[in-house]
Ligand binder design. Structure first.
Ligand SMILES: [Zn+2]
Length: 117
């Protein structure tokens, strides 16, 4: 029993650290992108590896900032095209300009989240 509890706590701590790492790596990616997109992409790869290993969810803030296919760090207006579409439901279309992959996200929820932030 006691051991089990310890293990659980240990796991929670590991996940907390992993989340911090992912946050740091994406923040770094955003910072270095203007002068080194390749380095930004490397940070994304590391962040995704950390995320996979710790089995955590990506923070909403960063979920849409990389290409699901080629894992490039995406900056709207630079290497990503962002369009709003209302049909068949309001959504955001993000196109990765590196590989052409298209991602769609519901829009209404995002609007609400933005207002909160
Ligand atoms: Zn891509």
């Amino acid at each position: 029993m006691g051991k089990k509890f310890l293990k659980k706590r240990e796991q929670r701590e590991k996940k907390r650290i992993a989340r911090e790492r992912v946050e740091t790596l994406f923040t770094l990616a955003e910072r270095v992108f203007p002068y080194s997109p390749e380095l930004a992409n490397r940070y994304v790869e590391i962040a995704l590896a950390v995320q996979r290993k710790a089995k955590i969810r990506l923070p909403r803030k960063w979920k849409r900032r990389y290409c699901k296919k080629c894992h490039s760090f995406l900056v709207p207006g630079k290497n990503a095209r962002v369009r709003l579409r209302s049909k068949p439901y309001p959504h955001v279309v993000i196109k990765c300009l590196n590989c052409g992959h298209i991602m769609r996200y519901p829009y209404l929820r995002e609007k609400k989240e933005r207002r909160k932030a």
